[in-house]
Design a protein around this ligand. Structure first.
Ligand SMILES: Nc1ncnc2c1ncn2[C@@H]1O[C@H](COP(=O)(O)OP(=O)(O)OP(=O)(O)O)[C@@H](O)[C@H]1O
Ligand SMILES: [Mg+2]
Length: 350
């Protein structure tokens, strides 16, 4: 049977050995009336097939701008990318030809946004919008496209998909709309999905269902997944590793459970301590003091120093690298890094 999905499968490349996506020293700035806002200041992260990376950080830390740079959907100007590499299967998308880049971004990498209602077209049925993915990229007939749309809706467990294929986005609940967004992202069987706060607008139970569905499909299709969130709780069960962002830099990376158990950066520690816990009911919730920096005037040294309980002179003078994190006896901790001069104290001093 030569269906659109079969065709899509055939067009898939052989598994790639290295990381699918490898972002290196990425810088993004915005030229504004008041000056240059340095939104992304040397981000490194990578994702392999079948792996889930959660990107965590407060509002304004550069999570979405990094994703937009990867997707090539930044408006330039005002944005510019003065430095960095965004390698997909080893090839830098920032320097490759337009046509090649367009193919990767249209078919190999898909993005899921927070707000399905504004990402979907309100005057077209969801079946039509899903079907268009196949018609535009796979050249199938209208009838086949409709059939594929129903299949996808079933894939993301929309009840009575056949009956609902002609419904419009506003006729679905928020959770169902987010499932439709996932279906859109899956349509062309991408290698990588970037989900930017995909469940933030949903209530807690629905959040968990949508997150579980996304994780399940990701495993089944062996895709790479980048999950952007400011809520550690949402990603704890589905992510493999976490990159914590602050003022446009990665300040800590770690396998997800290690990050929870033993953070090695005072900022991560603060984020963890500010999560409400059932066993501490009634106790006052910790909050990191102060505010994230103005990106027009990032403080010298470590950008977190004005808010940091551990800050010393060195923190105000020098920007810390992402140091490898080890046990006290020097045993390396795989996949762990902290951009803090005092990572040792933070890690071992709990
Ligand atoms: N077009 C633009 N012009 C100027 N500054 C911008 C523009 N787009 C984004 N920024 C700035 O870049 C910084 C990073 O924004 P980004 O959207 O990546 O944050 P975020 O980490 O995704 O936060 P949130 O959790 O709120 O989504 C912000 O300070 C934002 O104001
Ligand atoms: Mg964002």
């Amino acid at each position: 049977m030569n269906t659109a999905v079969d065709t899509a499968k055939r067009e898939r490349e052989a598994p790639y050995e290295g990381p699918l996506l490898d972002v290196r020293d990425l810088h993004v700035e915005f030229v504004t009336r008041d000056g240059v806002a340095k939104a992304v200041n040397g981000v490194d992260y990578s994702v392999s097939a079948g792996e889930t990376l959660a990107v965590l950080g407060e509002s304004g830390s550069g999570k979405s701008v990094t994703a937009q740079a990867i997707m090539g959907i930044l408006d330039m100007p005002p944005a510019r990318i003065p430095r960095g590499e965004i390698r997909f299967r080893g090839r830098d998308m920032l320097t490759m030809g337009k046509e090649e880049r367009r193919k990767i971004r249209g078919q190999k990498i898909a993005m899921i946004f927070q707000d399905a209602l504004s990402a979907l077209n309100p005057v077209l049925s969801v079946g039509y919008q899903l079907g268009e993915m196949f018609r535009a990229h796979r050249g199938v007939s209208r009838a086949e496209a409709r059939e594929k749309a129903v299949e996808l809706m079933e894939r993301v467990r929309i009840p009575a998909a056949k009956q609902r294929v002609n419904d419009y986005p506003h006729q679905f609940s928020g959770g169902m709309r987010q499932r439709i967004m996932i279906a859109m992202a899956l349509a062309l069987e991408p290698d990588l999905i970037i989900a930017d706060e995909p469940t933030t607008a949903l209530d807690v139970t629905v959040q968990a269902q949508v997150m579980d569905l996304l994780a399940e499909l990701q495993a089944e299709y062996n895709m790479g997944l980048i999950l952007i969130t400011h809520d550690l709780g949402v990603v704890a069960d589905v992510a493999d590793k976490i990159a914590v962002m602050y003022a446009g830099r990665i300040v800590e990376t770690a396998p997800v459970h290690e990050l929870y158990a033993r953070p090695a950066h005072p900022y991560t520690r603060g984020l963890l301590d500010s999560i409400p816990r059932l066993d501490q009911k009634g106790q006052e919730l910790y909050a990191i003091k102060g505010l994230p920096p103005n990106l027009l005037r990032i403080p010298p040294g470590c950008a977190f120093n004005p808010r940091c309980p551990r800050a010393q002179d060195v923190c105000r003078a020098e920007v810390p690298d992402l140091f490898p994190v080890t046990e006290e006896d020097g045993t390396p901790l795989e996949g762990r890094g902290s951009a803090c001069f005092f990572w040792k104290e933070t890690l071992h001093d709990r």
